[in-house]
Design a protein around this ligand. Structure first.
Ligand SMILES: [Zn+2]
Length: 242
């Protein structure tokens, strides 16, 4: 079996047999990889706790037909603040889950790896509820389906934008409203996120709780809508099972 090295982030793990785990990673050069970590659930495991979800690791793997086998693991970064903070952990795991669903097996997607590393690092430095929706919206943009937030999706009006609709792909004016109401403040946050001004946004003090909630809720529903559509459209092309 050929041996290779890569860096990656652990997205999820699940138990295999008595003492092993299957670890899913997004790697820099090989895309999404699933690998068996043998003996990892024994107290004497040479992997220790390095292969937990959100861990940023350097790995050495044996290439297998379907599953690779983990040979060595070294930690690149430890997200210790995130792990000590329940909300940050929840959001970090949600970021990993989205990447797991968007990435394809062994299909290199270095931007997904880089974006996840950046988002998890930011989460570890200073937690903000806006990091998860910002990450989701940037991923949608990368996939070419970022929401339009500066003009009505129907008539291009730039004023009196009062609603936002995940199915329509953005904001709507009063005349064409179908989606949920959106506040002026939430729209301004969405614009900052989509224009890459996340850091200045995070430094903006005293954003109202309701505004943050609107943005969090929009990020989640926009991503859910995108993933469902992708899952549906890929199943159309799947060969019928015998
Ligand atoms: Zn309109």
């Amino acid at each position: 079996m050929p041996l290779y090295r890569d860096v990656g982030v652990v997205l999820r793990t699940h138990k295999l047999g008595e003492s092993d785990r299957i670890v899913t990673l997004i790697t820099q050069d090989s895309g999404k990889v699933r690998a068996v970590a043998k003996g990892i659930r024994k107290t004497t495991s040479k992997f220790g706790s390095r292969l937990e979800p959100m861990s940023h690791v350097q790995v050495q793997l044996y290439r297998g037909r379907e599953l690779d086998i983990v040979n060595q693991v070294e930690l690149v970064e430890v997200a210790s603040s995130t792990r000590a903070h329940l909300e940050a952990t929840t959001d970090g795991l949600a970021m990993c889950e989205v990447v797991e669903q968007l990435a394809h097996d062994r299909s290199p997607s270095p931007h997904l790896y880089r974006m996840l590393v950046g988002a998890l690092r930011q989460l570890n430095v200073a937690y903000s509820e806006l990091l998860l929706p910002a990450f989701q919206l940037r991923l949608l943009e990368e996939d070419g389906v970022g929401p339009r937030v500066d003009r009505c999706v129907v008539c291009d009006a730039t004023e009196d934008l009062v609603a936002i609709d995940v199915q329509a792909g953005g904001v709507q004016c009063r005349q064409h409203r179908r989606g949920v109401s959106v506040s002026v403040q939430a729209l301004s946050v969405l614009k900052d996120v989509l224009n890459g001004r996340i850091v200045s946004l995070l430094n903006r003090p005293n954003l109202p709780v309701e505004t943050v909630r609107e943005v969090v809720s929009y990020g989640r529903s926009a991503m859910e809508h995108h993933l469902e559509r992708r899952i549906r459209s890929s199943s159309l092309f799947e060969a019928p099972r015998a």
